[in-house]
Unconditional design. Structure first.
Length: 105
């Protein structure tokens, strides 16, 4: 039987990196990213967000701060959320690309 076709636009790497989630109200939620690509990430959290929730992310790649705005695209209650990046500054995307390249070596 053939393996299922990969549908992702960019390869993901398994990593454990800190992230802060900023919602419209309240203090940031600190958690960690389990997988990341140039177009999104999977975060681990017991208190999952609803699909289509808009969230601002502050991602720490070693000592480099990268910010992005994302939309929650899937939800696994008490486990985590998949997030698509919808906006990210070009210099942050370059930092992320460099980090992913080094992490997948």
């Amino acid at each position: 039987m053939d393996a299922p076709q990969e549908r992702r636009r960019y390869p993901r790497v398994k990593v454990k990196i800190p992230v802060e989630l900023h919602l419209s109200a309240g203090s940031p939620q600190r958690t960690s990213i389990e997988e990341i690509s140039l177009c999104g990430c999977y975060i681990e959290t017991m208190f999952t967000l609803e699909v289509r929730t808009r969230v601002d992310l502050v991602i720490w790649l070693n000592q480099e701060k990268v910010t992005a705005t994302g939309i929650v695209v899937n939800r696994y209650p008490q486990v985590g959320n998949g997030i698509d990046f919808v906006t990210m500054a070009s210099q942050d995307r370059l930092k992320l690309n460099d980090f992913i390249s080094k992490s997948s070596e």
